[in-house]
Write a protein that binds this ligand. Structure first.
Ligand code: PMP
Length: 417
């Protein structure tokens, strides 16, 4: 199976009205008003194609996979493996064996931390991370570091919220055993130069994991060009169902890794004396997975590829542009970070108001934003903030929604600050 790179004509634009019509939830009302959903970075809403795929799978195709000799089980198994092929195509992998299905991006990172890194870690070893990581890309490494007497080395970010190559290069040393970095920050929206980062790490012989949880919904991925060793993301942020995560890993690394969780499906032969293990990727997929969810993940990724990631990126750049232009007109509003490249996320504070109150007051107007530390406490500490408000966009977001957010904030500030 050969993966096709994602290519498209540069002139296409998203038909956002037609896209919105495919998302039933966007037609609902919140607090008596049309829902304005600006929390896609936490989880994206689901198009009809994905909702129907789930229902249809349970209605017509459902059985456990890889086990039955009967037709229904074989059909479910075929659809399951088709989803794997679609995921491989989505990330530009030429080998579907490099796709491991897990529960979420968090579990994918844990798998790498325990099955790949822990056996290689010795006391005094170092794991490099950036200051802008989500807790999912901090805590698993910290747990294995503690078990092995190793330590985390944070790479500082600039005041603009960027990660600089020199800062990484300075910290890579003979004890560096892993570099784990996010492609897109879930708070700042910063798009990190991951291709340059992986090239730098590879020159120094350091394995790299890219946390693509916030990149996958917005940017084309081509693991061949990326040069990383591992890449993790969650289906629920790419318009797929919750409960499914994806780990892409180089086949030769997966082959060399011991199993992580034991159970059914991951074995070849079991006896009380000794167990031998299945081939990759099944060796890392113990137990019954979210069969319908994985099928619907394939449908979601095909749907997103159908829109075209370059087209999606241009649409979201326009939304970010609108937000960066209009939000600062709200008195006291401060946008967090000023990265040169920013994907669909804008976080801010308003002087004299608590982010939690802002979120609650926006909710009264039917506007859903996220408030808090967004699972990035070390980043907030670096910024000297305990919490921020975050607006994030998806393919269905519109400039009119950004305007509605700005106007609602202006009203809130006039009334309550
Ligand atoms: N990394 C980043 C950058 C994220 O934004 C998130 C989700 N907020 C995760 C990892 C973890 O994703 P999940 O909770 O789906 O495992």
């Amino acid at each position: 199976m050969t993966a096709l790179p994602v290519r498209e004509a540069p002139s296409r634009a998203l038909d956002v009205a037609a896209i919105r019509a495919q998302f039933p939830i966007l037609a609902t009302r919140m607090r008596g008003r049309p829902l304005i959903y600006l929390d896609s970075a936490a989880s994206a809403q689901k198009p009809r194609a994905v909702i129907d795929a789930l229902a249809r799978f349970y209605e017509r195709d459902y059985a456990n996979i890889h086990r039955g000799v009967y037709e229904l089980s074989q059909r479910a198994s075929d659809l399951h493996e088709q989803a794997r092929t679609t995921v491989a195509r989505f990330v530009g992998a030429s080998d579907a064996r490099e796709i491991v299905f897990v529960r979420n991006a968090t579990e994918a990172i844990n798998l790498v931390a325990y099955a790949f890194l822990e056996p290689r870690l010795e006391p005094g070893d170092e794991i490099l991370l950036s200051e802008m990581e989500h807790h999912a890309n901090i805590v698993p490494w910290q747990l294995v570091a503690e078990r092995r007497g190793a330590r985390l080395v944070p790479v500082p970010i600039t005041d603009a919220g960027e990660l600089e190559l020199e800062a990484i290069a300075e910290r890579i040393g003979p004890r560096t055993k892993m570099l784990a970095v996010t492609w897109v920050s879930n708070v700042l929206g910063t798009v990190n130069p991951v291709h340059e980062i992986t090239a730098l790490a590879r020159r120094r012989g350091v394995p790299v994991l890219i946390d693509a949880a916030q990149a996958a919904p917005h940017l084309p991925i081509d693991v061949g060009a990326l040069g990383a060793d591992f890449l993790a993301f969650s289906a629920h942020k790419v318009y797929g169902p919750s409960g499914v995560g994806i780990l892409w890993a180089r086949a030769e690394l997966l082959e060399a890794m011991p199993p992580w969780q034991g159970g059914g499906d991951m074995i070849e032969r079991v006896s009380f004396a000794r167990t031998t293990f299945n081939r990759i990727p099944y060796r890392f997929e113990a137990g019954t997975p979210d069969i319908a969810g994985i099928h619907a993940t394939g449908v979601a990724l095909s749907w997103l590829l159908g829109l075209g990631l370059e087209t999606v990126r241009r649409h979201e750049e326009e939304l970010v542009g609108c937000a960066l232009e209009s939000l600062p007109r709200v008195p006291g509003l401060r946008i967090i970070g000023a990265p040169r490249a920013r994907a669909a996320v804008v976080s801010f504070t308003i002087d004299g108001m608590h982010p939690q109150d802002i979120g609650t007051l926006l909710d009264l107007e039917g506007i859903a934003v996220r408030t808090g530390h967004h699972c990035a406490m070390p980043l907030h500490e670096r910024l000297g903030l305990s919490a921020t408000v975050r607006a994030s966009f998806g393919v269905y977001s519109t400039p009119a929604e950004v305007t509605a957010l700005t106007e609602a904030l202006a009203r809130i500030v006039a009334r309550y600050r």
